[in-house]
Design a protein around this ligand. Sequence first.
Ligand SMILES: NC(=O)c1ccc[n+]([C@@H]2O[C@H](COP(=O)([O-])OP(=O)(O)OC[C@H]3O[C@@H](n4cnc5c(N)ncnc54)[C@H](O)[C@@H]3O)[C@@H](O)[C@H]2O)c1
Length: 351
Amino acid sequence: MEHEFGSVLITGGSGFIGSNFLRYFYHAHPQARIVNLDLLTYAGNPENLRDLETLEAGRTEAQRRYRFVQGDICDEVLLEKVFSAGRFDLVVHFAAESHVDRSIFSMVHFVRTNIEGTRVLVETARRHAIPRFVNISTDEVYGTIAAGYAAEHAQLKPSNPYSASKAGADLLVQAYMRTHNFPAIIVRGSNNYGPYQYPEKLIPLALTNVLEGKKVPLHGNGRHVRSWLHVQDFCRAIDLVAHAAPVHSLYNVAGEERTNLEVVDCILRHLGKDPAACLQYVNDRPGADLRYAVDGSKLEGELGFSRVHRFEEAIGDVVRWYAANQTWWKNIRLKPGFLEHYERQSNGRWC
Ligand SMILES: NC(=O)c1ccc[n+]([C@@H]2O[C@H](COP(=O)([O-])OP(=O)(O)OC[C@H]3O[C@@H](n4cnc5c(N)ncnc54)[C@H](O)[C@@H]3O)[C@@H](O)[C@H]2O)c1
């Protein structure tokens, strides 16, 4: 089954993965018109799509294929207008509050955007009989996996407020599939890394701290295992699923397992720094998950997906991207949205 799409809605397209996906989709599918609906919270950044905005500015109105709408996925009136005007044949839903550390301090925005926002979005999509809806979920919904790998049918056991809100959205979409025959597909991705990632997450935080001559805060003993997936591989996986997966299906997208310490070590080696001089161990997150590990074989077996990026090489390109794009992250690191959280996060203060 192969689909081609003429009109696509991407939510959260100004964030890290959303902007990478939007750029990927725009170039890979030159027949598609794309609307990006994004509230531009602290994590949303118009600079993430500046290249595309510039490209579009040189085109006539009739040639333009990209439109940005600033707005909230919880706003039912706005969504009704956007869906009526857009006549979408695909929705890819990224918009979310995405940082575990922030969810420990307050769950308010997480429940609102991730659960209520997803409800409003799927309800509007259902009313407009949207033929395909891809919900971006996360490997964190399975909780910590002591041994082995979580396949798609494994129980959801989220252990932090962020993953609980994402599991809520995931289950809500599944309920719509069953109850309303809603044509959704769920994609559960592993930890992404790559360009345009907001510098509060482990890899860009480590990189930008070192480039600013600061230490790298590491939670606990640094032995937590995450599965690392290059954002371009994730974008290819989502694109493949959007085009070829049957509706009502779920797919994990696995990465490569590394401890946080191994990840930071690798970054420091690329930057020519001595880990002993750069690391600062801080209190672990309360309830921290020790290992995320999903079984990605369904996507590989059914749809022929395979990753092209290998962590140790690909991280070198990411290091070079952050070194070459200092204005992008320095502007973020000066803003109150970054500074307010940075102090408590980098000192491991959890209340
Ligand atoms: N980053 C990862 O490693 C990872 C891994 C697997 C899945 N995911 C999921 O992928 C999606 C994108 O993650 P990300 O890392 O790019 O997040 P991000 O925080 O970088 O971007 C989130 C985007 O959503 C927008 N947004 C937030 N609330 C909104 C609202 N109410 N209405 C409209 N827009 C809103 C923000 O402005 C921002 O542009 C999320 O659903 C996340 O749970 C992330």
